[in-house]
Design a protein around this ligand. Sequence first.
Ligand code: CMC
Length: 436
Amino acid sequence: MTPSDVKATLSFSDGSPQMELPLYKGTIGPDVIDIRKLYAQTGKFTYDPGFLSTASCNSTITYIDGDKGELLYRGYPIEQLAVNCDYLETCYLLLYGELPTPSQKEEFTNRVTNHTMVNEQMQFFLRGFRRDAHPMAVMTGLVGALSAFYHDSTDINNPEHREIAAIRLIAKMPTLVAMAYKYTIGQPYIYPKNDLSYAGNFMRMMFATPCEEYKPNDVLVRAMDRIFTLHADHEQNASTSTVRLCGSSGTNPFAAIAAGVACLWGPAHGGANEAALNMLEDIQRNGGVAKIGEFIKQVKDKNSGVKLMGFGHRVYKNYDPRAKLMRETCHEVLNELGLHNDPMFKLAMELEKIALEDEYFVARKLYPNVDFYSGIVQRAIGIPVPLFTAIFALARTVGWIAQLNEMIGDPEYKIGRPRQLFVGATKRDVKPIAQR
Ligand code: CMC
């Protein structure tokens, strides 16, 4: 962090002494005011529910310019990474800070590939779930359970343990997601096949059966790989902050990532892709394009509780660059599958057009986010809707790990412990039950 020449001065209208607060500059983005000594010097806390104005850490991993609609992983624009790199190269970049050379890529791919199988005992653990359990309920359990299977990589303070936990998590997430899926449909698990690409292997574990060979389609594999890349990291969002907070207590990496999976599940976060597709299906069922006007009216009515899912973002106040790439992938996948007239895609594009011209969305700077189109792509590939968020979790795992490792390596890191403005009852005496 580079100290700024500028200082902030905090003064109080009641005559309490003022305080000078240092400012730090990042390489890009807003400066931050350092309030760490505020409580010690003034006896006051800051108040910022939802972290609207609070930087919880310094980071070198991902940068978002929400006004421009720009997303950079380690400085590289997402548009360039999505076209020139595959997911494992992106993982390497997020974890180690630089894009791999060909030999580094080969070595990293081999390491990940060598860890794709999970302990055979995991399938018996999985069997304890109901077959109709939501995949995110299953994933929260399975990822947390990894810490019960891999005791040699649970010490978060040991860099070697963190490294092997990182490789294991990246390698095993596709296997676990595919197992969760096969379990719900009652098919045998398909073991990983290590001569396939990361995305190709995942699709085979999802769609092959022991009685039929499965040949991954290159266009669909590329689409899957792009979905992974676009979801790989997104700076200090809710699930990443959850992982950091959870890991700050010194818990093991598997437990911290399981906390991230649990947080991602919510419909305001990773669950939005599932919610967006369910929303499109509802509109389609109730009359399709002709009913968009009526639906938009409901969205604008604050009492309806209806939101346009896949729209809006805390940081992006412009088109989410991932949504643009996802729309492009949507075209490619639908063309490949001969579904260019897919009514759901047409409905989504019409809905986007109408919303982007509507004063309500314009005034609030609400644009499509990554989840608006990702559901259509996944559905076309054959992924069932309830599995969408699990795939997001698979892809985001590398971001969570990179952020967790960055935090542990930061000499300024402390256990996360927010404070509060207490507005409850002041001290009072307990009355015996007969007198209450
Ligand atoms: N539909 C209708 N109105 C909306 C929407 C929406 N999707 N998003 C925001 N608004 C309105 C909101 O009601 C508020 O209006 P007003 O100022 O009149 O009260 C205004 O826009 C600002 O919204 P906010 O709720 O204060 O914004 P936030 O930063 O707290 O919430 C969000 C961001 C992503 C939770 C929200 O936009 C949302 O719920 N979107 C739908 C869910 C979604 O697509 N989530 C995926 C996010 S991207 C992937 C990920 O990170 O997981």
